[in-house]
Each structure stands twice: as structure tokens, then as C-alpha cells.
Design a protein around this ligand. Structure first.
Ligand SMILES: *Cc1c(COP(=O)(O)O)cnc(C)c1O
Length: 372
């Protein structure tokens, strides 16, 4: 029986391809690489990822628990502000705590140290290297993410084991190089004497054309100059191009142009298409008017803007045809919602032999239980 659409399918061969690259980087650079779970938390495949990466990083209590219980290895956590009612429990899951401000270090650092944890401070090198995606730039003016040099408090230095920055998004090692220079100018003096430095995520390491040699040189320079252990915590790069969202055409209509309504929704199933925004790739499609038949593809919700984009195909679309979106493992499954009472896409695993297994499907209860 064919799988019921829509469903996410994660591909073992593509996943392992990325993981091989990351493992090679960690060996050549002598650094540890952690999975940033906020991009991808399909824990049924953690045993595979664990063969290549050193551990996980978490945005808070739930991800830390998931990483601790299903991945193992190193469990790091960063939060812009920790909750006092959760901190005790968090201590039972995470080993390395990154704080956002000296005040957070003073408030929670002693508890973490008493529990034998390693602690660090996230810094803001105030060096923007990205244009266009302001909501992904932690160095933008007024940013709440990371401590600036002006706000650094040398009194907390004796408590700190490490330093952290995260400023990149889908960027190359050239942007990292610029950022590391700014970081060293501002904070290099504090890095001497630390045990570790975490370079955050946003490294598009598994993208074609990423300059891995430069990354290796940067990490090696940092390790040798400051005698620190270096961590990278990519999310995207781990599952880049390793997943698909398979949808079906529910109706085809016309209003000045061809329109196809899919059973997958931008608003519910790939909200970054609207939020970031970006145009997801579709297998065997072209830009509007590039191929013979152009359609505006939209979802089945009431939102007028639930539109994925305009795409063209060699053949006309018919009811029941499948439309397959690429690069749908990262920041998708973790962001789905049931707006309009939409069902959540199933999750399917395609193993190296091509066999597809249904890992999880969702129903009415998943919609209902969050609402009362
Ligand atoms: C988002 C985030 C990551 C992962 O970023 P990717 O762009 O998915 O690589 C890592 N560390 C921190 C602190 C983050 O906020």
C-alpha cells in the first residue's frame, strides 16, 4: 500500500553522506561536533548519528532530556535565560552549560559548578556577516543573544570553563574567519586559560563548495593558539538535503494562472517557507514558465498566503499526482503545527537499500490534546 501523504521521508544514504563529511572534519580539525537538535530531533535515527558525532546540543530542558536519553555522549545546553524551576532537572541531563549573560552565570553558575558541570558564557562579537536574514543575525543592533565586550564582567572569569559564540546562518568558512578575527580582537585575552571554545552552528559544512580546508585551518589555529578544545554545533549541515516532504495534488484550478492545491501546507508543515522566507526545491520542476506547465502551489488551509511558490513542470498536474519537496529534514519536522486542524505529516525512514518504513503517523488526538 502506498504511504499516505503528506509524509516526511529521511534518507539514510544522504544522512550518512553528511555524517561522513562531518566526521572527517572533526578528525582533521581535532574538534568535537554536536548535533543541534533544534534543527532535527528525529530521535529514531540518533543511533546512526551517534556513530559519527560526539553528542548533542539543546535549547532547553526538553531537547537536553531527549539528547541525554536517546543520543548520549556530550550533552550541551544554551538558553538565553534559564528557568529556576527547571534548572535542577536540567542538571541531571546536561554536562556543559552555556549562559547568555554574566548575571545568568552568577545566578546559576554556582549550582552547575557544584554539580560538577562545565560552564561557559556566550559572547557577541558584534560582527555581522550575513545580509538579508536579519532575524537570523545575533549580531544585529539590540540583539539579546550573547554578551558584548561592553557588558563583559571580568569578575566571573574564574568561574568560566569556556566561551561560546553563534553568529552564522547557512554560511561558509570565510564568514567564520571574519568572525573569529573579530572575536579574537575583542575576547582573545579571555580565551587564554579557558578549557573550550564553542563556535556555534550555521556552518554549512556539507554544502557543495564549502571550504573545509579553511575550516580546518581556523579550528587548528584556535586550538594551538589558546590550547582549548573546540566544538562545532551545526544543525542544518547534519541533515542538509537528507529529507523530503511528499505531498499529493488535491485539486487543480485556474485564476489568471494554473493553481494546484496540495495536501501539504506551507503554514503547517514547512513554516520556514513563509517565515524565513525561502523557496523549497521540488523534484523535476523549474522556475515559473521555465517548463511547459506553470502552477502556483498552495496548501489546504484557509490562510490566503499559504502559498509555497510558483513552479513549472513538463506535464500538467492532475489530482492525485505526487509533488516532492527536497531539503525537508531540517527545521521542518520540528516546526510543524496543526493550525486549521491540519494533520501532521507522517515520518518515514528510507534505508540504504531504498526500503521505506513508516516510523510514526499522527491523528486527531495529536491535534486535540494540545488544546484542552
Ligand atoms: C541554531 C543554533 C545552532 C544550529 O544552527 P544551524 O544553523 O542549524 O547550524 C547552534 N547553536 C546555537 C546556539 C543555535 O542557536
Amino acid at each position: 500500500m502506498p504511504m499516505r501523504t503528506p509524509y516526511f521521508v529521511v534518507d539514510e544514504t544522504a544522512l550518512r553522506h553528511n555524517l561522513e563529511i562531518l566526521k572527517d572534519v572533526s578528525e582533521r580539525a581535532g574538534c568535537k561536533i554536536l548535533l543541534a537538535q533544534k534543527a532535527f530531533s528525529m530521535f529514531s535515527v540518533y543511533p546512526i548519528i551517534r556513530q559519527y558525532l560526539a553528542g548533542t546540543t539543546a535549547s532547553g530542558l526538553y531537547e537536553a532530556r531527549l539528547g541525554h536519553e536517546h543520543f548520549g555522549g556530550a550533552t550541551h545546553v544554551f538558553s538565553p535565560a534559564y528557568r529556576p524551576d527547571e534548572f535542577e532537572e536540567l542538571l541531571s541531563y546536561a554536562d556543559d552549560f552555556v549562559f547568555n549573560s554574566p548575571a545568568q552565570v552568577r545566578r546559576f553558575g554556582p549550582l552547575a559548578k557544584a554539580a560538577g558541570k562545565s560552564i561557559g558564557l556566550r559572547l557577541n562579537p558584534e560582527c555581522s556577516t550575513q545580509e538579508g536574514h536579519a532575524i537570523y543575525d545575533p549580531c544585529s543592533p539590540g540583539s539579546r543573544l550573547g554578551t558584548t565586550l561592553a557588558n563583559f564582567d571580568e569578575d566571573i572569569l574564574p568561574m568560566l570553563d569556556g566561551l561560546h559564540f553563534h553568529t552564522l546562518c547557512e554560511q561558509g568558512s570565510d564568514a567564520l574567519e571574519v568572525t573569529v578575527q573579530a572575536f579574537e580582537e575583542k575576547f582573545g585575552k579571555y580565551l587564554h586559560g579557558m578549557k573550550w571554545l564553542n563556535l556555534g552552528g550555521g556552518h554549512h559544512i556539507t554544502r557543495n563548495g564549502y571550504d573545509i580546508d579553511l575550516l580546518v585551518r581556523i579550528v587548528t589555529h584556535l586550538r594551538e593558539t589558546y590550547n582549548v578544545e573546540v566544538y562545532l554545533e551545526p544543525g542544518e549541515a547534519v541533515v542538509l538535503n537528507a529529507g523530503f516532504l511528499v505531498s499529493s495534488v488535491l485539486d487543480v484550478m485556474h485564476n489568471g494562472m494554473g493553481i494546484a492545491i496540495l495536501d501539504a501546507s506551507a503554514a503547517c508543515h514547512m513554516p520556514d517557507v513563509l517565515e524565513m522566507p525561502y523557496r523549497p526545491p521540488i523534484l523535476n520542476s523549474g522556475e515559473a514558465n521555465e517548463k511547459a506547465h506553470t502552477y502556483r502551489l498552495g496548501g489546504p488551509t484557509c490562510l490566503a498566503g499559504d502559498v509555497i511558490g510558483d513552479y513549472s513542470f513538463d506535464q500538467p498536474l492532475h489530482i492525485g499526482d505526487q509533488v516532492v519537496f527536497g531539503d525537508m529534514a531540517l527545521y521542518t519536522m520540528v516546526k510543524t503545527n496543526t493550525f486549521n486542524g491540519m494533520g501532521l505529516p507522517s515520518i518515514v525512514w528510507r534505508d540504504a537499500s531504498g526500503k521505506e518504513t513508516l516510523i510514526k503517523s499522527f491523528g486527531y488526538e495529536d491535534f486535540k490534546t494540545r488544546l484542552s
